[in-house]
Write a protein that binds this ligand. Structure first.
Ligand SMILES: [Mn+2]
Length: 195
């Protein structure tokens, strides 16, 4: 089983993130931010990753530090759990519809962090959640996981749907990329011999 636990304590946030990449998509995420918990639950469920996150953050300021730092901790946990990447598919993509929203995610578990994020949301808030934090999460997550990640919203007019479709499309792409390649015989999927 590819598992990892990361704890991260700063003056702004105290976080524990547990992942099992070979799970069944069970989740138990409590960050104090309802909408963000809902998004993390989608990530776990649709990546088929077991995920437990606890975050005690400085929400009296705003949600920014908590969302960004959970992205860092989950990215570190993913990198740790995936290890040397032997035998994985490496690439994944997904074109995911959710009602009005259509989001495309393509990723490479490359060890070279790069984010392209073309996801405009028509409102500044989803409930009390700042929509700009969706990008902050994926920036932190892709950087610390070592992902090349492209996320493009092709259309959509409801911010909740667009954000949720972004998390679900990344989840499905991750599931594909993390899957064992049965023809790889445990080899690292690069002509360089390392990733
Ligand atoms: Mn929803």
């Amino acid at each position: 089983m590819r598992t990892a636990t990361v704890t991260r304590d700063t003056n702004e946030t105290k976080i524990t993130a547990e992942l099992n990449l070979d799970g069944t998509g069970t989740y138990n995420n409590q960050t104090g931010i309802g909408f963000f918990d809902h998004m993390l639950d989608q990530l776990a469920r649709h990546a088929m990753i077991d995920m437990k996150v606890r975050c005690e953050g400085d929400l009296h300021i705003d949600d920014h530090h908590s969302v960004e730092d959970v992205g860092i901790a989950l990215g570190q946990a993913l990198a740790k759990a995936v290890g040397d990447k032997a035998g994985i598919t490496r690439y994944g993509s997904c074109l995911l519809p959710m009602d009005d929203a259509l989001v495309r995610a393509a990723l490479d578990i490359s060890g070279r962090p790069f984010l392209i994020f073309n996801v405009d949301m028509p409102t500044a808030k989803i409930g009390t959640f700042d929509t700009e934090l969706v990008r902050e999460f994926f920036q932190a997550f892709s950087t610390h996981a070592g992902l090349t990640l492209h996320v493009d919203a092709l259309h959509g007019y409801n911010s909740h749907h667009i954000a949720e479709a972004a998390f679900k499309s990344v989840a499905r792409a991750l599931r594909m990329a993390l899957e064992a390649d049965p023809r790889a015989a445990g080899a690292i999927p690069s002509t360089k011999g390392t990733l």
